[in-house]
Write a protein that binds this ligand. Structure first.
Ligand code: GLY
Length: 410
């Protein structure tokens, strides 16, 4: 039996055994959300039509934002369609997922930024998991090789972006963002299917350096760490999408919860599990987390001791925007964490359940296009995508629904 099938089977069986202590959710809750997603995604698919591009968000002009395949978000729409297939078992979605994944074929050789992991694993990774299509396996192995070209040996990390920081301060010649933890899943996969540990060793090295430098003593996270690729030293700590260099960007904290939980799943090294728990604790216990469990786009907006890098005017906003995408990533990560921890992980399960209920009650998309969730923030300091739907919020929401269903619904 293939590794991924075995993992999947094991996950399902263990879910049934180990989470019996969790309360049983209302089955209708999951079904109603799937029904809404079904309508929305059918409409989005027909809006995409024959375009070579993929949907990402809604532009300020009100038009649907369609992006080229090189955009970091291009894998999420195919991924959404694969999850729709998994949630409904309807071949309509399988066909759609295959067609939309096909668009990304050239990206298996893409080396311009680290996001090749997101792009290919969310699309072809899910496709392979669900179909065992051997072509997809080959594409994923090539993608892992492309991602590995960005590994900087002396620093022991995968370089995220090529560009330097251009708005003052020291230059960033080898910036690594916390998001990069998510790309490691592609490398773990590639090692399993090739029996070549090179990919896995890169992933472990990257996770170790991230734990050392991105994660602070209180288990909050930096968005960006810059490395000197010769000495290997971390030479800069900062942000590009958060409120301030020393603040905690909510989506970054979500990437960390998810990323370290996944790294524990793949390595069984307890230090990653401990990190994931503490990072999740920071998130769920934070005094600035609103009662409905959907975070502001940064945990430290307007707080003393945090200086907004760009000096932007927060007074423009009567209320601090939430970031639903951060919530979906954190929820999905916490559901896996709760599964791993069994009874000890109940607080993460309970939190995820409450946050899912909030999303489904108050954050569904009601605009002129067809997304599932609204009110995410793409890049606040860049004045871009503030309180809009984002395709990756929909992706992690569906993934979270699936995990919730597997963990809980009998
Ligand atoms: N990976 C880019 C972002 O989270 O905005």
């Amino acid at each position: 039996m293939k590794n991924s099938t075995l993992t999947c089977l094991l996950f399902s069986v263990l879910c049934l055994i180990s989470i019996t202590s969790c309360k049983q959710p209302d089955k209708n809750f999951v079904d109603q959300n799937i029904e809404f997603a079904d309508t929305q995604m059918r409409n989005l698919l027909s809006a995409v039509g024959d375009s070579e591009k993929l949907p990402r968000s809604v532009l300020p002009s009100g038009e649907l934002d369609m992006v080229d395949i090189e955009d970091w978000t291009s894998g999420f729409f195919p991924g959404v369609l694969w999850y729709m297939y998994e949630l409904t078992n309807d071949d309509y979605w399988k066909q759609a997922a295959e067609t939309q994944s096909q668009k990304l074929l050239p990206l298996q050789y893409f080396t311009d930024h680290h996001d090749v992991g997101f792009m290919m694993y969310c699309s072809y990774g899910n496709g392979y998991r669900l179909t065992q299509n051997e072509d997809y396996k080959g594409i994923l192995i090539n993608s892992a090789k492309s991602l590995s070209t960005r590994f900087r040996k002396n620093a022991g990390i995968i370089q995220s972006w090529d560009f330097s920081r251009s708005w003052g301060g020291e230059a960033w010649r080898c910036p690594v963002i916390i998001d990069n933890m998510m790309n490691l899943e592609l490398l773990f996969f590639a090692s399993k299917v090739t029996n070549d540990d090179t990919f896995r060793n890169i992933a472990i090295s990257h996770a170790d350096r991230t734990l050392e430098n991105h994660i602070r003593e209180d288990y909050s996270s930096y968005h960006v760490v810059n490395y000197d690729t010769i000495s290997g030293q971390a030479t800069g700590l900062g942000t590009r999408q958060g409120f301030a260099d020393n603040s905690t960007w909510a989506r970054g904290q979500g990437w960390s919860i998810y990323g370290f939980t996944m790294t524990y799943r793949e390595t069984r090294n307890p230090k990653y599990l401990e990190a994931a728990q503490r990072i999740a604790d920071f998130y769920i216990q934070h005094p600035n987390l609103p009662e409905d469990k959907i975070p502001y786009w940064d945990f430290n907006v307007n707080e003393p001791g945090y200086t907004p890098l760009f000096g932007y005017d927060m007074n423009k906003y009567k209320i601090i925007p939430r970031d639903v995408s951060a919530a979906t990533i954190a929820i999905s990560g916490m559901l896996e964490l709760s599964y791993i921890l069994g009874e000890k992980g109940k607080k993460y399960y309970d939190f995820a359940e409450e946050a899912l209920q909030s999303l489904s009650s108050h954050y569904l998309y009601k605009g002129n296009h067809s997304f599932i969730l609204d009110q995410s923030v793409g890049n606040f300091p860049g004045d871009s995508e503030i309180t809009v739907p984002l395709i990756y919020a929909d992706y992690y929401f569906l993934e979270a629904l699936l995990r919730y269903k597997q963990l809980s619904v009998k």
